[in-house]
Design a protein around this ligand. Structure first.
Ligand code: DGL
Length: 270
């Protein structure tokens, strides 16, 4: 048993979709979340910039002596996972592998879509792993660069003409072509209903945050490192920009209020 916290980070709110699952499937774990809200979005940045940001994000979380760190960000997972794992002793998990494994198990037609940020798609990380684990699966990728800024503005509900138009433009061409769509960015589960309407009910949507949460549970179980406690675990939230917008939008992602548990920090110190 290991009572230490699990560290989780993302560019902004998206990683909270992973935290929601972590809290659902491992309610007694303590969670430390960092959202780099001063530098979001990550999805259009160069690999060098992503690595610099991600190293600081990890250094901040390491100050809590976590037992594992979850990169709850498809963009950082796609571009920086190996470096971060090589540089740190603490186990670091990304979203790409668990998500790809789930999509391979889900597809019947062998035609899978990938919706992700521009930096994730251009890294080729998802496609490479599909190719390695299931060479027969055909992957059609779509970069969706406007999704993250719109979600960060809370523009994610069905009936919002802006998000519906953008979703149709990005993903409409995949309708009828695939039976499984990877939501390869942790912001996208907030668009599940909007994307579901574009794709139709027969397309299974695979949620990167939820799959990463299951992978963490498996790892901690395997290492006998679950908290073992019976009380509800604490969750604390840190952001690099002011917390007002975070306090307003976090409940949407998390399904719980975070008042009194969010704090701004200076990430450039790490
Ligand atoms: N949630 C991040 C991801 O999974 C969003 C990246 C961004 O900030 O653009 O890729």
């Amino acid at each position: 048993m290991d009572p230490r916290p699990i560290g989780v980070f993302d560019s902004g709110f998206g990683g909270l979709t992973a935290v929601r699952q972590l809290r659902r499937i491992m309610p007694s774990e303590t969670i430390i979340y960092f959202g780099d809200t001063a530098r979001v979005p990550y999805g259009n940045r160069s690999r060098d910039t992503l690595l610099r940001y991600a190293r600081q994000d990890v250094a901040f979380l390491r100050s809590f002596d976590p037992k594992a760190i979850v990169i709850a960000c498809g963009t950082v997972s796609s571009n920086c996972l190996e470096e971060l794992q090589a540089e740190n002793k603490v186990p670091i998990l990304g979203v790409v592998e668990p998500t790809v494994r789930r999509a391979i198990a889900a597809t019947r037609s062998g035609r899978v879509g990938l919706a992700a940020t521009r930096a994730s798609v251009s890294s080729g990380a998802y496609e490479r792993l599909f190719h390695r684990l299931a060479p027969a699966v055909e992957v059609v990728s779509r970069a969706c660069p406007l999704f993250v800024p719109l979600v960060e503005e809370g523009r994610c509900r069905p009936g919002d003409v802006v998000i519906e138009t953008v979703a149709e433009e990005y993903l409409g061409p995949l309708r009828g072509e695939i039976d499984t769509l990877v939501l390869g960015c942790t912001h996208y589960p907030l668009l599940r209903e909007v994307i579901g309407r574009v794709m139709g009910p027969e397309v299974e949507l695979v949620d990167a945050g939820a799959e990463a949460a299951r992978a963490v549970r498996d790892l901690l179980e395997e290492r006998d490192a679950l908290s073992g406690g019976e009380d509800q675990g604490q969750a604390r939230y840190y952001t690099s920009d002011q917390t007002e917008q975070f306090l307003r939008l976090a409940p949407l992602f998390l399904g719980e209020d975070v008042t009194g548990r969010a704090e701004q920090i200076d990430i450039t110190r790490y």
